[in-house]
Design a protein around this ligand. Structure first.
Ligand SMILES: NC(=O)c1ccc[n+]([C@@H]2O[C@H](COP(=O)([O-])OP(=O)(O)OC[C@H]3O[C@@H](n4cnc5c(N)ncnc54)[C@H](O)[C@@H]3O)[C@@H](O)[C@H]2O)c1
Length: 325
């Protein structure tokens, strides 16, 4: 039986649900500053241990895995403490405030031989899984251009999200990890070579609009567009351009030629909600822990995403293209 702990009970609630539905896993401990949340979730999931102080949770010797679902500025220190306490860690996105922090986390996980996975739950959306299969089976040919869009008209968030010290930034650091991870995963290339980016703070103390062109080592380009607040239609999608076909998500459509006739394919897709994609992510995490296997969204991949985010912020600040090592 694997014993799981969850630190932070905002989105962490979905982690609790995910662990509780995963065979061979017991939700063993939770930690949060809010007494109310501790009481409610201890009861709901019959959790044996609950703490206001997450360090008490980490002292539980029998605990095998921990989800870190705290405000961004706590991801690095708490993940490192958990790894050093011998736990495998699933950390929410963004994995850290910047790539320096992410590097430290990856280093400690390697030294302690613990699994470090970043919560890239969008990969587990049924339509994204199907799109990945289309690409892997060569149906779209070589992917050379990806438009990754996550626009919100307005965001309603906990106050720490707008405090740069605690969040590391605005919409870009919040939705950038999802959209970049999806694009780089589908393009099968986590080596970005150059970045040109812009950010705006028109309505918020952190970036409320960001746009970037990211060149990958295989020649593909990602065109990223993110807003937390803007006079626009709220929308989130990927648009893929390949040499044999193209695709758009949400809802998924595939564009190909049948002979010389352009066709549009609508794959059959099961319905999936937010909670079920986090549950699938947790099933993958637990499998990796059991089989001592590197997770698909490993700390190393998360670090590469953080380097791109750092480069976008730097490019926006300097007005220049930034090359990545
Ligand atoms: N993967 C996704 O799609 C997704 C969705 C939402 C949020 N997130 C990420 O999850 C993280 C948490 O976001 P959220 O929306 O749940 O935030 P939130 O503010 O709603 O919840 C954070 C929780 O952490 C608790 N907390 C804060 N400091 C603590 C401490 N020192 N010790 C113990 N508990 C503490 C708070 O009391 C609160 O319950 C963020 O990094 C966010 O980016 C990811």
């Amino acid at each position: 039986m694997i014993k799981a702990g969850v630190i932070g009970l905002g989105i962490g609630q979905s982690h609790l649900y995910g662990y509780s539905k995963t065979p061979g896993v017991k939700v063993w401990a939770i930690a949060d500053l809010e007494e109310e949340r501790l009481k409610r979730f201890s009861r709901e999931y019959s959790v044996p241990h609950s703490f206001k102080d997450y360090q008490e949770l980490l002292k539980l010797k029998e605990l095998d895995v921990v989800s870190v679902a705290l405000p961004n500025f706590l991801h690095c220190p708490v993940t490192i403490e958990a790894l050093e306490a011998g736990k495998h860690v699933l950390v929410e996105k963004p994995m850290a405030l910047n790539s320096q922090e992410a590097e430290k986390m990856v280093k400690v996980a390697r030294e302690r031989k613990r699994i470090l996975m970043v919560g890239m739950n969008y990969r587990y959306l049924p339509e994204i899984q199907i799109l990945k299969k289309f690409v892997e089976q060569g149906e779209l040919g070589d992917i050379y251009y990806i438009k990754a869009v996550a626009l919100r008209r307005r965001s309603i968030l906990s106050p720490w999200f707008e405090d740069k010290e605690k969040s590391g930034g605005g919409g870009l650091i919040d939705m950038g990890p999802h959209m970049l991870d999806l694009s780089m995963w589908i393009a099968d290339d986590f080596n970005a070579v150059s970045v040109y980016g812009i950010t705006y703070n028109k309505f918020m103390p952190v970036d409320d609009l960001a746009s970037a062109l990211i060149k990958l080592s295989n020649g593909a380009t990602i065109n990223l567009e993110i807003s937390w607040e803007a006079f626009t239609k709220s929308q989130i999608f990927l648009s893929l351009f390949g040499t044999k076909g193209g695709a758009m998500t949400n809802p998924l459509k595939i564009y190909q030629n049948a002979g010389d006739i352009p066709v549009e394919i609508t794959p059959e897709i099961e319905k999936g909600d937010f909670t079920s994609k986090i549950q699938r992510e947790i099933v993958h995490f637990i499998r990796c822990v059991r089989e001592k296997k590197e997770p698909s969204s490993s700390g190393e991949k998360g670090l590469r995403v953080m380097r791109v985010l750092d480069a976008i912020y730097e490019s926006a600040r300097t007005g220049k293209e930034v090359r990545i090592g």
